[in-house]
Design a protein around this ligand. Structure first.
Ligand code: PEP
Ligand code: MG
Length: 575
């Protein structure tokens, strides 16, 4: 019988397809009792999973070529040793028998005990093997659930009909789907501006997060409808509902098609003011989308995605080629490369150790200043690529003048190295700072003289202003772009930058939300950066907007004394 589940619609549109339940590489497991007569069977299930992982590691070892780096063989050897450790391959069997629990739970209990032992180890190398242990356990859990690794084989054959149903997905998982045109994905966890949600929008497919019970309620291969705009999943729809949604799906496709007509039209308001509409990208392959939506250039290249889903770090040559490909591919359009914003929900592989407060931890520029070698490699690669196009550098998560000064020193050092080596780069390369921490917004006059431009990262600015973890669905309802404190900081930042004659862009998700386009125009914003999928809708809104009206209502919104009044005025602005 049909039923509906509600969640947070993070990427619009309608998808109709068959569910594929997947594990998101998380170590979350269920705990349940196994009836006495099935205990032996459960132990055997566990043994089979261990055997399967042993075979996977054997196959991996065979595929390692003789000339491959020694670390690769060592890594397989290490994983095999971990697998053979009695705590991993034996102890869970005893626990299943003693506690009549399921194999996954027994394995998780042993894993926790093993990780706790690591905490007391003095040797740093051994302590770091924690992530290897986790990866081996994840492999066994995947084997137990009878599923393959992250991108299931099914997606190779019938991706367009597949809707992924996951408990949670990390940004590193979602980026893998760029190569597989799946119909939609839905998850039980996640916040509206988590990086998982942002990637969903960049894939241009309907997505819903924070459904809470989708993995329990939906069965493998069940027919489902995902309405990303309304945040609704309809499971096992009746023929009437199905045909209604097929109609809606067609209408949506027609609307999207119509938008293409304004692709080459200049983005000007009704008063004739030119507005710049940039695109946000994650990987060099995204430039096709940038071109097909007619963007002014790239306002945010989230370079950290080059660093995910791999065990090593991309070297200078590899990064140089990636940045060069984007600069050349966009033939003279501006490309804003944000330096590595790793940390929080985008951890480097092998660095999964959970910090007490990841969003407040060693992230973005803090990480780069703490790892000068990694930062220097990236800066050199960006600088070298700058001779092939119009590249500018953007620094994420600045919080103080001191941090900016250290960054300037690191850039000056990389430039000096290249000059000494006789390597060319754009001597006039421009440097921008992201304003996404309230401290940066409040001390902007100190930062502006040293920056060529700024970009407001509203996703983090909201997170840090309202003290709401953007990835945590339990506080998602409090995540509010219209909170007076957020509006004040955004408006004030735009005003100060304009007064100082420094270009300012908004590159957070607020820039791609048409409900906020006129509000931001009214605050004085003339440059927006968003996912290519949103760009033409925002352009359409710009074409129908009067700056004079926008300014007057936006000012009243800033002074509004209640959330109801803000909403009422916003509605007035948008009609
Ligand atoms: C932001 O914080 O608004 C932003 C654009 O950066 P990210 O979403 O990658 O943190
Ligand atoms: Mg950010």
């Amino acid at each position: 019988m049909a039923f509906i589940i509600h969640g947070l619609g993070v990427s619009g549109g309608i998808a109709i397809g068959h569910a594929h339940l997947m594990t998101g590489g998380s170590l979350e497991v269920d705990h349940f009792q196994i009836p006495k007569e099935f205990i032996t069977r459960e132990v055997k299930r566990f043994d089979r999973a261990v055997k399967q992982v042993r075979e996977e590691l054997d196959a991996l070892e065979k595929s390692v070529k003789d000339d491959a780096p020694a670390e690769l063989a060592a890594f397989v050897g290490m994983h095999r040793m971990i697998l053979d450790d009695p705590m991993i391959s034996d102890a869970p069997r005893d626990l299943i028998r003693e506690q009549s629990c399921n194999a996954e739970w027994a394995l998780k209990v042993e894993l926790d005990a093993m990780l706790a032992e690591f905490e007391d180890v003095q040797d740093e190398y051994l302590r770091e093997r924690k992530s290897d242990v986790r990866q081996v356990v994840e492999r066994i859990l995947n084997a137990l659930s009878g599923q393959g690794y992250v991108v299931p084989e099914k997606l190779q054959t019938r991706a367009e009909d597949t809707i992924l149903v996951a408990y949670d997905l990390a940004p590193a998982d979602v980026i893998l789907f760029k190569d597989h045109q799946i119909a939609a994905f839905i998850t039980d966890l996640g916040g509206v501006t988590s990086h998982t949600a942002i990637l969903a929008r960049s894939l241009g497919i309907p997505s819903i997060l924070a459904l809470h019970h989708a993995r329990e309620l939906i069965h493998e291969d069940e027919l489902i409808i995902v309405d990303g705009t309304q945040g609704v999943v309809i499971v096992d729809p009746s023929p009437t509902i199905l045909s209604e949604y097929k109609l809606k799906q067609n209408q949506y496709a027609i609307e999207r098609q119509k938008l293409k007509r304004i692709k080459t039209a200049p983005a000007t308001t009704l008063d004739g003011t030119a507005i710049e509409l940039f695109a946000n990208i994650e990987l060099p392959g995204d430039i096709d989308q940038v071109k097909s939506c007619g963007a002014t250039g790239v306002g945010l290249f989230r370079s950290e995605f080059l660093f995910l889903n791999r065990r090593d770090l991309p070297g200078e040559e590899e990064q140089y080629e990636a940045y060069r490909a984007v600069a050349e591919g966009l033939k003279g359009l501006t490309v804003t490369i944000r330096t590595l914003d790793i940390g929080a929900d985008k951890a480097l592989e092998g660095d999964e150790e959970v910090m007490p407060n990841p969003a407040l931890g060693l992230r973005a520029i803090r990480f780069c200043l703490a790892e000068p070698q990694i930062f220097n490699t990236q800066l050199r690669a960006i600088l070298r690529a700058s001779k092939h196009g119009k590249i500018q550098i953007l620094i994420p998560m600045l919080s103080s003048l001191d941090e900016l000064n250290q960054t300037l020193t690191a850039i000056a050092h990389a430039k000096e190295q290249l000059r000494e080596e006789g390597k060319k780069f754009d001597e006039g390369i421009r440097l921008g700072g992201m304003i996404e921490i309230p401290a940066a917004a409040l001390t902007l006059p100190m930062l502006l003289p040293k920056l060529d431009f700024i970009s407001i990262g509203t996703n983090d600015l909201i997170q840090y202003t309202l003290a709401i973890d953007r990835s945590d669905d339990s506080v998602a309802h409090l995540y509010d772009p219209l909170h007076p404190a957020v509006l004040y900081l955004v408006a004030q930042t735009i005003r100060l930058a304009n007064a100082a004659g420094k270009p300012v862009t908004v590159c957070g998700e607020m820039a791609g939300d048409i409900a906020l386009t006129r509000l931001l125009l009214g605050f004085g914003l003339r440059s927006f950066s968003m996912h290519p999928a949103n760009l033409l809708t925002v352009k359409q809104r710009v074409l129908m907007s009067s700056l004079a009206d926008a300014e007057s209502v936006s000012n009243r919104i800033l002074k509004a004394d209640s959330p109801e009044r803000v909403l009422m005025l916003l509605e007035k602005l948008n009609t």
